[in-house]
Design a protein around this ligand. Structure first.
Ligand code: SF4
Length: 278
């Protein structure tokens, strides 16, 4: 289906940001997931760092990241991310990863090492981590949270009925509980989650997910339109109108979310610092 007129993807362009990323040999989910906003974000000098390689052990049908046997974690990666963050002069950084079901801790120590490396290099900075579900391993979750991120983010991505086709190796209730557990373990941390629309979900299902996240005491919510990154990925079922996103944003605030970013081009880490600052 052709993109409707309200989906305007800005050119990615070659920004100084991309040169810095290449110089330090760090990956971003912006590029790996073919995010439509990378041009805008890179021109603002921000990016979402992708650690633990660019090969995932899972095969979500909406995702452009390659499913393949990953390489061992690179022990120098946390330092390189910290160097790139310092050179970009970031005041808010988002760190995410592919899912590493092949690692005993799911990659939790690499997250902790990256948080520590950034904090050791930059005095004043806020750090958001967007993590996998660590297969519900609480010790792994604690390893990440003990390192002291300011925001813990884990995306539920879609409604439970669609998990079998959209996130076949994930579990909806486990994802909700991952957000909930983070708050229970660290009451002062801000929690966040995100949804994609346009995969065939009904409005009542979206509201039910928002309600589940509020019951999990989730603070921040992002809602955006799914866009197919490659032909092999699942097709867009529907382009949701901007006014519908606005309705969800208003409902979310009524439900008690501290902040809701909801629009066709909203993505999990887009304007994350503004959302955190409130
Ligand atoms: S877990 Fe799914 S969404 Fe995340 S990187 Fe892997 S395939 Fe992509």
């Amino acid at each position: 289906m052709r993109h409707p007129e309200w989906i305007k993807v800005k050119s990615t362009g070659t920004h100084e940001t991309r040169k810095v990323l290449r110089r330090y040999g760090v990956s971003t989910v912006c590029e790996e997931a073919k995010c439509p906003n990378q041009g805008a974000c890179f021109s603002q000098g921000t990016a979402t760092f992708l650690i633990l390689g660019d090969r995932c052990t899972r095969n979500c049908s909406f995702c452009a990241v390659e499913t393949a046997d990953p390489l061992p974690p690179d022990p120098y990666e946390p330092e390189r991310v910290a160097d790139a963050v310092q050179e970009l002069g970031l005041k808010y950084v988002v760190v995410t990863s592919v899912t590493r079901d092949d690692l005993p801790d799911g990659g939790a120590v690499q997250f902790a090492n990256t948080i520590n490396a950034v904090r050791n290099k930059i005095n004043v900075i806020n750090i958001e981590v967007l993590t996998p579900d660590f297969k519900g391993d609480q010790e792994a979750l604690s390893t990440v949270l003990d390192a002291g991120p300011d925001v813990f983010n884990h995306n539920v991505e879609t409604v439970p009925r669609l998990y079998s086709v959209v996130r076949p190796m994930a579990d909806y209730r486990l994802s909700i509980n991952t957000v909930k557990r983070a708050r229970q373990l660290y009451p002062d941390i801000k929690t966040k989650s995100g949804l994609m629309l346009g995969l065939g979900e009904a409005e009542s299902e979206v509201l039910a997910v928002m309600n589940d996240l509020r019951e999990a005491d989730c603070d921040f919510l992002t809602i955006g339109q799914y866009l197919r990154p490659r032909r092999v990925n699942i097709a867009v079922a529907e382009y949701i109108k901007p006014e519908v996103f606005e309705k969800y944003r208003a409902r979310g605030l009524e439900m008690g979310f501290r902040a809701v970013a909801s629009s066709p081009l909203t993505r999990s880490s887009m304007n994350a610092s503004a959302m955190f600052a409130g």
